[in-house]
Design a binder for this molecule. Structure first.
Ligand code: X2X
Length: 333
């Protein structure tokens, strides 16, 4: 039955064509908001996914994308998602933690060393654990997690080469207790702030630095207001593609199957885009006169161990979540 309906849908799509005609008769027009520039791989691949979903459902599901905080910052978008005012949102692991604390388990400082381990964990038990926690909060999470990336520190006045360089540094971090705790433990002066405010805060020197993966530093043009990049890789951060559960389960089963399959396929392509950018953007940012450094992570990690950071967060996350993480990254602290 499901299969038959889908092939009929595909046939109708081929006949009707795409664009205005398909849009005009969409049964489900769903809004998707996010906090990234339209040029970031997350948005490029999300546009590709939306086009393909429209096509494969004969226009029945039309996902309209609102990038770049057009609908407000993360806090606002998360509230809109829960209220059903928007149907999809991609909070980062750090942003969704305000609602689902356990969902930030992958963002424990210096836990992941490489992408191989990241994807093994996120496509394995750790990702499954996160999805079930998100589900309990009334949201549906697509099984594949999109890549935000390894977070790197940027500053305007001086580079961060050792933990001592963080001392007194006013650094913006996402509104999330984990990165605030991380930078405080390391001796910095972190301020939680939504990404929608970051460019202006750097430009006006309300803060001296921030931390984000290279593709964001590039697409959000943070190189215009920052001079140094320290590749500390201190957090691996993902974007969870989440739906308002009521809106999601309102969709017929076959449309849900198409949407989930296409989103997952485009997600895997997005990970490859970010991997390529991690290499090419470095040269691009150097050409824009950003100075790179690759500090040794060992002294940072040592301080976290000595000051009880891992012990503290193990208690907060609980043994079950912590075990899922350590199964992939090894013993922490
Ligand atoms: O707010 C940030 O720094 C960003 C864009 O990386 C997140 O969504 C957490």
């Amino acid at each position: 039955m499901e299969f038959d309906r889908r092939s009929v849908l595909a046939g109708v799509a081929a006949w009707a064509g795409t664009g205005a005609r398909a849009r005009a008769k969409s049964r489900f027009v769903y809004k998707y908001g996010n906090n990234l520039p339209a040029t970031h791989p997350l948005n490029r691949r999300a546009r590709q996914a939306a086009d393909q979903i429209r096509k494969e459902t004969a226009g029945e599901l039309d996902i309209r994308i609102f990038p770049s905080n057009q609908l407000g910052g993360d806090t606002g978008m998360l509230n809109q998602l829960r209220a059903g005012a928007i149907e999809f949102f991609t909070p980062s692991s750090l942003a969704i933690a305000t609602l689902v604390p356990a969902a930030a388990i992958n963002a424990v400082g210096f836990a992941f060393r490489d992408y191989q381990t990241v994807w093994a964990a996120m496509d394995g038990d750790l990702g499954g654990f996160i999805a079930s926690e998100v589900e309990k909060a009334g949201l549906h999470m697509m099984p594949r997690v999109w890549d935000n990336g390894f977070r790197q520190i940027t500053t305007s006045r001086r580079p961060v080469l050792t933990p001592a360089d963080l001392s007194g540094l006013k650094i913006r971090v996402p509104v999330s207790s984990l990165p605030i705790s991380l930078f405080r433990t390391l001796g910095g002066t972190p301020t939680g702030m939504q990404f929608s405010e970051v460019y202006t805060a750097l430009q006006t020197h309300v803060v001296d630095g921030q931390e984000n993966p290279l593709p964001i530093i590039d697409t959000a043009k943070l190189y215009e207001v920052q001079n140094y990049i320290s590749c500390t890789n201190h957090i691996w951060d993902g974007y969870l593609f989440v739906a308002n559960s009521a809106a999601w389960y309102r969709l017929p089963k076959d449309i849900r199957a198409v949407a989930e399959t296409v989103l997952n396929t485009c997600c895997v392509a997005q990970r490859a885009d970010v991997a390529a950018l991690n290499v090419s953007v470095r040269a691009a940012l150097s050409a824009r006169h950003m100075t790179f450094a690759d500090p040794d992570p060992a002294p940072f990690k040592k301080i976290l161990i000595e000051r009880g950071f891992y012990r503290h967060w193990r208690e907060i996350f609980g043994d079950a979540a912590w075990r899922h993480l350590e199964r992939y990254v090894g013993r922490l602290g």
